[in-house]
Each structure stands twice: as C-alpha cells, then as structure tokens.
Design a binder for this molecule. Structure first.
Ligand code: SF4
Length: 323
C-alpha cells in the first residue's frame, strides 16, 4: 500500500489516501483530538471495502464499489500510522482505539474477522480497544456469529459494537439505507447476547438528519436501556447528503442548535431510561474531516476532472497534500 495524499495536522488528526497494489484507493485516519495527547488517546479509523455497495443517502463511500480489502490491506492501514509513531510496535496510548468505520460496511468482508482475530497479538498495545459499526445487512449471519465468538474470546470489555439506525421510522430508514437489513427485533436479540459476552452496552447510533424521527417509544419496544445506549451524531456535509437534501439535525460547525436538540431528544431518551451520548466531535477534527469519509470522493472528483464541488473546500479547512 502506498500513501499518496494526506490532509490535516500531526497533533490533531490526519486523513490519508492510499493506493493498494491493485491500483484501487482507500482512505483512513488517525486522530488525537485538539485537547488531548497521543499518550492518552489515539484513534485510527480504517476502511473495510473499496467504496461500499450500500450507498446510504448521506455517505460518499457508496457508489463505485470496487471490492473487498484483504486482511493485509486492512492491517496496512493500522501499520502505517503505528510504524510512523511507534516503529517498535509498542503503543503506549492509554486508549488505542481501532474503528472499523471509514469506507465500507464491515459485515460484507470476512477479512475484518481475520484482522480482529490477530490484532491483539500484532502490537504491544495494552490500551487496545476496537469499535465496529454496522447497518446489520441481511445475509451476513455467518459474519456476525464469528464476530460474536471473537469478541467473547479476545475483546472482553474492550469492544464497542454499534448498530447504525439513523432513525426509528422504518420506511425512512429503508430510504436512508437502501439495502435489506435485520429488523429491530433481530438486532435487539443479537445485541443482547453480544452485550453479555463483552460485558458492555451496545450503541445505537443515529447520524441524525432533520425530519428523521428518533422516537423513544419505538426504541423501548425492542431495545432495553439496560443493554443499549443511544449515540447521536451530526450528519456530515458530504456530497451525497447535499445532493439528497439531507441536513444535520445537529450543526457541526457551531453546535448552535444543540441545546434545543438536547432538550427535545436527549431528555426524552433519558426519561425513557437511555444513556445518551451527543457527539458533535472535536471542532478542529470536523474541519479536518477525520470523522467523515469525504476526502477520497473529493480527490477522485479532482483527478477525474469531474466538476469540483465547492462544498469540500468550504467544509474543510485543511487541503489535500501530496506525500
Ligand atoms: S454509511 Fe456505511 S454502510 Fe452506508 S454507504 Fe457509507 S460505508 Fe456503506
């Protein structure tokens, strides 16, 4: 794998664009945050697929799906920043988090399981935790069974498992995520077992767009607050989100409407018994774009002489640099 571009800044966050031997491109990130240090917390967010066949309405990873990454290609995204910072592979960070959450639905790629199986032994990293976000696509039961087994054996209390729901309205969810997925009942059953196996709550993630309902009563029918917590994040200003008229319920740049959102949604969820995390992200990281898969799309548009959309420049202060 050859890293060809990067954006961001060393001490907060960096986004990398890399080309693998096959000539296909991926992106991955590392971040520290503007108010922390790498010794305290270091987060790597890596891709599982070349693009994504799901094509969620707000995500630029969708479209142009070009296949699955091998385990070596997934590991290369972790090896690159690790060797840059810690050539002896000893990672002293109190929390070293690897998130399978950049490009691609991880459940479509069995190589993700191979990586999870071998990750704890690959580095000397006492602070290792992993996080995997999934829309729970239909037809991936074998993946989820193996994932359960690995997490139980190797990631006791250090696995953050996340279902991406985005709305409690089933019709709107089918529009946002245009593939068939497990229904809420199946997610709840799996989540319960998974939570018991890792001794940790399961996250229900909502990248919450305007006019997308998040109804505590609907959640309560399926997801016990003893087992599930709710995370609400902004919808990033991706090319797809803009094209599909999707805007964030929580504004990324200023967090201005956050107090209203917190009163109306968080309080209702809290009253229903849920722990709620409202995660607007580090403002500097938002400008870098380390928590939103958009750089590769911006880069591909540039190299293909596609009409360059000004939104990428407007949204992110840090331009793409050559390496
Ligand atoms: S949000 Fe996830 S599942 Fe949906 S298109 Fe993007 S990478 Fe794929």
């Amino acid at each position: 794998m050859k890293v060809i571009k990067k954006a961001g800044t060393e001490d907060i966050a960096q986004v990398y664009i890399a080309e693998t031997k096959s000539g296909r491109r991926i992106e991955f990130t590392e971040s520290v945050g503007s108010d922390s240090t790498r010794d305290k917390k270091w987060v790597l967010v890596i891709s599982s697929l070349y693009g994504c066949p799901v094509s969620c309405r707000f995500c630029d990873a969708g479209g142009g799906y070009k296949g699955k990454l091998s385990a070596d290609e997934i590991f290369a995204q972790i090896d690159y920043p690790v060797k840059l910072r810690y050539p002896d592979l000893k990672i002293p960070s109190e929390k070293f988090k690897v998130q399978f959450a950049r490009m691609g639905e991880p459940a479509f790629n069995p190589a993700v399981l191979e990586v999870l199986e071998n990750l704890p032994e690959r580095y000397d990293a006492p602070g290792l935790t992993v996080s995997l976000s999934t829309i729970a696509p239909l037809g991936c039961d074998a993946f989820f069974e193996k994932l359960y087994d690995i997490s139980k054996r190797k990631y006791q209390n250090r696995f953050q498992f996340q279902f991406s729901l985005h709305t409690t309205d089933k019709k709107l969810r089918s529009w946002l995520i245009p593939v068939e997925t497990w229904n809420f009942k199946t997610m709840a059953e799996y989540g319960k077992e998974f939570s018991e196996s890792i001794d940790k709550k399961i996250t229900l993630n909502f990248a919450l767009a305007e006019n997308m309902p998040l109804e505590p009563d609907v959640l309560l029918k399926y997801f016990s607050p003893d087992i599930f917590l709710v995370k609400i994040t902004p919808v990033n200003p991706t090319f797809q989100a803009v094209k599909n008229g999707i805007s964030s319920h929580i504004k990324i740049d200023t967090g201005k409407d956050l107090p209203d959102s917190k009163i109306t949604i968080t309080e209702a969820l809290n009253s229903a018994g849920y722990d709620v995390i409202v995660s607007i992200g580090d403002s500097e990281e938002n400008l870098i774009g380390s928590n939103c898969g958009q750089y590769l799309e911006a880069y591909e548009r540039e190299v293909s002489c596609y009409k360059k959309d000004i939104l990428a420049e407007k949204g992110y202060r840090y331009s793409i640099q050559n390496i």
